[in-house]
Design a protein around this ligand. Structure first.
Ligand code: MF3
Ligand code: CO
Ligand code: CO
Length: 259
């Protein structure tokens, strides 16, 4: 458990490097979402991600992280996060795909995730789950302003999930991010007893709600030690943005700049 009071305030020079890493991560994320096709294996998809990351001049922030074996995380359907590409897993039109990727470049890190259907029409409940998770992230980001506390972000995310009646995952949380992939503080997706640290300009947070169609309870795969799945096998969704706290509006660092 990270020290709940500790925060990292990045310098302007660090923020410039973090902004660049985050932008590259966003570009690769959106490119990967366009390139995802039924019939590919998740290993092929991971390798495609590896080449796109290499083309940016950076490297995967995940590969080798605590022994993680993939370039990115690719989690299908009831897999919540940390799914590993596999040669025997062929992506199907019905699959709900979550991609989570990180790029390290010039001593800074980006981290971002999205969820989408691969092609088949989505059932109304799955479409709702994806939309609600995206909306919860937006609600959390809206509270990421100076003077608020981490818990304000957490409570906003949880409220959107509860109102929609989805399972709000508790075992995995958002985090500070920037120079290292995971920095203090933790950013839970539910209101905790502690209000956590106060937000100040220069903090960078990776905010990442994980919502399930059924129970909030999850298990880690016993064999690979990574893949997180819902206990009841119901579908899960995950979105993640990195956000810079500023004197004004929060800056979404993983929102691709069009200029
Ligand atoms: N990207 C995850 C996060 O959002 C962490 C992945 S850790 C890895 O925090 F080891 F799987 F890469
Ligand atoms: Co991530
Ligand atoms: Co993250």
């Amino acid at each position: 458990m990270l020290n709940q009071r500790k925060v990292i305030i990045h310098t302007p020079d660090e923020i410039a490097r973090i902004r660049h890493a985050a932008q590259l991560t966003a570009i690769v994320r959106d490119r990967l979402a366009e390139l995802a096709r039924p019939g590919m294996t998740t290993l092929e998809f991971d390798q495609l991600a590896g080449s796109l990351i290499a083309e940016t001049g950076g490297k995967s922030a995940f590969l080798g992280y605590q022994g993680y074996p993939g370039n990115i995380c690719i989690s299908l359907n009831e897999e919540v996060v940390h799914g590993i590409g596999r040669a025997d897993r062929i992506m199907q039109p019905e699959d709900i795909v979550s991609i989570d990727l990180g790029i390290e470049i010039n001593g800074a890190c980006g981290d971002t995730a999205i969820t989408f259907g691969l092609g088949a029409p989505l059932s109304p409940d799955v479409a709702q789950l994806i939309e609600v998770t995206r909306r919860a992230l937006a609600a959390g980001i809206a509270r990421a302003v100076p003077g608020n506390y981490i818990r304000d972000i957490s409570a906003a995310i949880e409220a959107v999930g509860r109102k929609a009646g989805v399972g709000v995952v508790r075992d995995f949380v958002g985090h500070g991010c920037g120079i290292r992939l995971h920095e203090p503080p933790e950013v839970p997706n539910f209101a905790t007893a502690s209000r956590g640290p106060r937000l100040v300009p220069g903090m960078v947070l990776a905010i990442e709600p994980m919502f399930n169609l059924g129970t909030y309870r999850v298990n880690i795969d016993r064999h690979d030690g990574w893949t997180v799945r819902t206990q009841d096998g119901a579908v899960s969704a995950h979105f993640e943005h990195m956000v810079l706290i500023t004197e004004q509006e929060p800056e979404i660092l993983t929102w691709p700049k069009t200029t």
